[in-house]
Design a protein around this ligand. Structure first.
Ligand code: FMN
Length: 346
């Protein structure tokens, strides 16, 4: 029996409490399928928040179909939930939620595999009943304990507690995982997943010790052999990054974290000089993100990545990494319980 099985792994039908989290607007199909096949939970990412809703939902459906064809294991989809100035959920977020539900309804194989929807950015209160009735496990990502509490009150099944060091969109009010996760774990009774800074068996063991039932990672999974959706130069830049190479910049919903380069410097200048409208800026940023991923323009593109980049030293194989990470965490917890010193990490 896998010694790290717990109520999270049982709820999701996975072997290891290791999740690859959504990394839109990038495609993560190859990573998601590989993580699920390795016994974790892969996540299909949304294709962009500036997409026309009809185009975006078609692309999301294509990604769902592709991942369902690449693995027969469970996987998730991430949908960031934006709202307009009047507080209405953005049409593109609504289109993505509906696309997930329709993809399951129309295909029984997809229904079996697409087990979870991870919402982030904002809470989709008005769609909560629809998500529940569709039979999806609803995971919601938060950066504050009060948001975790609210999500639980609204019926979510899992809370992902994401700390400020995370890659991509981070939080306006900076609380790091080491503080946030125990706060959330002692406040809610649903399973909690740590997100932000996890990268190996040690960090998984630490997450479990903090009261989480598992970890959700983004940056670590970019630097992997199975990642055929990203240009290799992007993965290599993560491997080469050192402490202090990350920077927080304004993004679509509050701040985002990435690696410092000419592209981010230019972005900060555009914000300072106010030379673009906010719509132009969002489009410019989305293009920069996709350019870095697809063409490997790691100098002038925008590279979302977490602080954990500084501890990622090699490109790994997901097939080997996921079970090894779980085994290392289990062994480490056993050694600590027995009172001996931990050895090296995976
Ligand atoms: C390249 C990149 C893109 C991301 N895009 C999204 C996204 O579309 N939606 C979302 O909820 N989180 C997004 N995130 C955050 C991740 O889902 C995850 O919470 C984060 O990567 C965890 O921190 P880590 O990078 O230290 O593992 C993104 C992260 C990265 C690195």
């Amino acid at each position: 029996m896998n010694t790290l099985s717990n109520r999270l792994t049982e709820l999701l039908g996975i072997e290891h409490p290791i999740i690859q989290e959504g990394m839109g607007p990038y495609k993560t199909n190859s990573i998601a399928a590989a993580v699920s096949a390795a016994g974790g939970l892969g996540t299909v990412s949304m294709p962009g928040m500036t997409k026309d809703p009809a185009v975006g939902s078609r692309l999301l459906r294509e990604s769902i179909a592709e991942v369902a064809g690449l693995t027969d294991r469970p996987f998730a989809v991430n949908v960031p939930v934006g709202r307009d100035d009047s507080g209405t959920v953005l049409p593109v977020s609504e289109a993505y939620i509906r696309a997930v539900i329709e993809a399951r309804r129309e295909d029984s194989a997809v229904e079996r595999q697409l087990v979870a929807l991870t919402t982030s950015a904002g809470f989709p209160g008005e769609f909560r009943a629809m998500i529940r009735d569709a039979g999806l496990v609803h995971m919601h990502k938060v950066g504050a304990t009060r948001h975790a509490q609210k999500a639980e009150e609204q019926g979510v099944d899992v809370v992902i507690a994401s700390g400020y060091e995370m890659g991509g969109h981070t939080h306006a009010s900076p609380v790091h995982t080491f503080v946030l996760v125990p706060n959330v774990a002692e406040t809610v009774s649903v399973p909690v997943v740590l997100s932000g800074g996890a990268r190996d068996g040690r960090t998984l063991a630490a997450a479990l010790a903090l009261g989480a039932s598992g970890v959700a990672m983004g940056t670590r999974f970019i630097a992997t052999h199975e990642n055929t959706d990203w240009h290799p130069a992007y993965a290599q830049r993560i491997v080469d990054a050192r402490e202090g190479d990350d920077v927080v910049f304004p993004a679509v919903y509050g701040p985002a974290r990435g690696l410092r380069n000419a592209g981010v410097e230019r972005l900060l200048e555009i914000v300072r000089t106010n030379e673009m409208t906010s719509d132009e800026l969002i489009r410019w940023k989305d293009e920069g993100l996709i350019r870095a991923q697809e063409t490997g323009d790691v100098e002038n593109g925008i590279m979302a990545a977490g602080q954990v980049s500084s501890g990622i030293r090699e490109i790994v194989s997901i097939a080997e990494f996921v079970p090894r990470m779980a085994a290392e965490a289990a062994a480490l917890l056993q050694r600590l319980a027995a009172g001996s010193q931990p050895a090296a990490a995976v």
